[in-house]
Write a protein that binds this ligand. Structure first.
Ligand code: PBG
Length: 332
């Protein structure tokens, strides 16, 4: 609080010029705050555009390795891999999810071989492998929890064996963090980190992602029985507390911008590494308006990302990662 009345406090004094603004800026965005989500596809030298995410393509493994090199050169510390699974390999038992040589596991090995300094994060959930697009097994119309967790453990172990640095369980089943953490310890992967999608809401902002991984047309019903209701903040905090107690090293809030209140409350309450996912729908909205000339791309991308830092996040998963890092490099 300012004790004296105007004109003693003139808050514009520190905004007068760029030097004063730089000195008084409270939060700063850096390439090291970013995790770059990339979509994988089979083939070589292949980039298939995702229609609902202009500027984003599914990449073959050789292209992902090139992207990893680009990330390293731009100062982006991590890539997060999401597979587009061949429809023939999507089954009710989701066995492709833990096959040692599935697309994701081959990509993990290829990136870690070629660009070891890049941290590889994965997605742990069954939706890219499931015939009905759900993150868990479906029995009589119900997404069953405990059987799904047993499958997620197999999937997580296969990713850890392939060399993943960070596992990202995004499925929202109960008990999966503890089960994965125990299995990792038992198999000698005690150093593998878990970034739990702890506060993941049942959101309409995931639409373009489901196109990208080929789950959109398959999804029967919605994910409201496992993802959090968008009206619930206290429940999101309980999910974070639970996942931390089960062995998560980092937690995520998802989507990002519509849930900045959750980001701020998670960081304040738990003081653990907290990340936001600026999801596909947020990307599509900004990219669409930028491409129309309705928003200034350079400014709005950096502003949208800096907001996560101001809310208390340690970092952001964003499809804008390489663009944003290039803008930051040019601004220096
Ligand atoms: C599913 C998963 C989703 C995203 C990441 N992992 C979608 C969903 O829950 O349906 C969304 C990411 C995005 O929208 O960018 N396991």
């Amino acid at each position: 609080m300012h004790p004296a009345p105007f004109p003693v406090p003139r808050l514009r004094r520190t905004r007068r010029n760029p030097a004063l603004r730089a000195l008084t800026r409270e939060t700063r965005l850096a390439p090291s705050d970013l995790i770059w989500p990339v979509f994988l596809c089979e083939g070589t030298d292949c980039a298939t555009p995702v229609a609902s995410m202009p500027g984003v393509a599914r990449l073959s493994i050789d292209r992902v390795v090139a992207a990893a090199g680009e990330a390293r050169d731009l100062g982006i510390p991590a890539l997060c891999l999401f597979p587009y699974t061949d429809p023939a390999r999507r089954t009710a038992d989701c066995a492709e999810a833990w096959r040692p040589d599935n697309l994701t596991n081959r990509a993990i090995r290829a990136v870690k071989d070629a660009v070891p300094e890049i941290a590889v994060m994965t997605d742990v959930a069954l939706d890219p492998y499931n015939i009905d697009g759900h993150d868990g097994f479906v029995r009589d119309g119900v997404i069953v929890n405990d059987e799904t967790v047993a499958a997620l453990v197999k999937m997580a172990l296969a990713q850890a064996r392939a060399g993943a640095d960070i596992l990202g369980p995004s499925d929202m089943m109960d008990g999966r963090i503890g089960a994965i953490r125990t299995a990792l310890e038992e198999e000698g992967h005690g150093d593998v980190a878990i970034m739990s999608y702890a506060a993941k809401f049942a959101s309409a902002y995931y639409g373009p992602f489901r196109d990208a991984v080929g789950a959109a047309g398959r999804l029967t019903g919605d994910k409201a029985t496992y993802q959090i209701d968008p009206g619930n903040a206290e429940e999101a905090l309980r999910c974070v507390a639970r996942d931390l107690s089960e062995g998560a090293d980092m937690v995520m809030v998802k989507p990002g911008q519509p849930y900045l209140d959750i980001c701020a409350r998670v960081r304040d309450r738990f003081e653990v590494p907290t990340f936001a996912y600026q999801v596909s729908g947020e990307y599509a909205m900004l990219r669409g308006a930028i491409d129309q000339g309705w928003l200034d791309g350079e400014r709005v991308i950096l502003e949208s990302l800096a907001a996560f830092k101001r809310a208390g996040c340690d970092g952001v998963l964003t499809y804008f990662a390489p663009d944003a890092a290039r803008m930051m490099a040019a601004a220096r």
